[in-house]
Write a protein that binds this ligand. Sequence first.
Ligand code: GLA
Length: 353
Amino acid sequence: MKTNITKSAYGLTAAGDSVEKYTLSNTNGMKIDVITYGGIITSWTAPDKDGNYKNIVLGYDSLSQYLSGSPYFGAIIGRYGNRIANGKFQLDGQEYTLATNNDPNHLHGGEVGFDKVIWEASVGSPGDAAVLILTYTSPDGEEGYPGKLTSTVTYRLTNDDALEIDYMATTDQKTIVNLTQHSYFNLSGDFSQSILDQKVRILADEYLPVDETLIPTGEKRKVEGTPFDFKVPKAIGQDIEVENEQLKRGNGYDHCWVLNDHGSFRKVASAYHEETGRFLEVITNEPGIQFYTGNFLDGTLPAYGGGTYGFRSGFCLETQHFPDSPNQKEFPSVTLEPGQPYRSKTTYRFSVK
Ligand code: GLA
């Protein structure tokens, strides 16, 4: 038996462009639906301890719902994942101005980021993985960013229930880039349940405290003895209501952790739901991970299969370079030069325990 990919029509954008859906399946029965709009993962099934496959990512039932507003459910984020202070940065003394779509800051690529464009899709040769290759060329100056940037994101579903995501980008002019994936997980597969009982582990000794607008202050703070310590698996809800200024600013967890052992492709995080046995591991070469606990979900957005998405009904583990890196010299660089391709890799692997 081989992995498989099928293609179907998903809908039309307001401009009349057609959006396709690709379904990647492996030989165990894991299925991932990806649409060409935003490279969005609209559904991703994972087995529980009895072998039942269920969708474990938040999303919508139709394209029109994505078009009328989504908190980045399942999308590819670019050109810059996370925030840039006041939508401004400099390269070689020249200042660039970006949309301040998250007042007063720039967030996730601006008004029309990579989550809202149509990606060109091609299918890799069938074999031991189902491979979908998405490409988008962003013109020079789009959303205020310099340089024509060509990005390729490859989704590779393997037979060990892993989704390997490869990010590649090239530019014709010095620019900045920081791509990520914004899936919201709820390992219970029941979106009427909150994620507070799911146990998360983050292999990081430090995190980045933020100001009132969620921009890192520049300090790297030890997690030890704070609610931000996830070095050993801990229920998301265990400390989330503790009196803590940083938790107040994020209305929960909405911070970037400084992952240990930057410089290698290593396991950095995991999540576990005891009742169903679903276990998720995150492996990446990135220096940071934004752990966001769905604090902006407020019961107004329609949920997959009925009802609405309640407060903290999904969590994100977004691998990335640190927020506001273009303005913070001590942070690893996000500058991209012509002739030096950007490469980043993250694997999300499921199993049961
Ligand atoms: C990121 C941000 C959050 C929020 C979500 C989308 O994770 O850090 O503050 O904007 O995206 O709602």
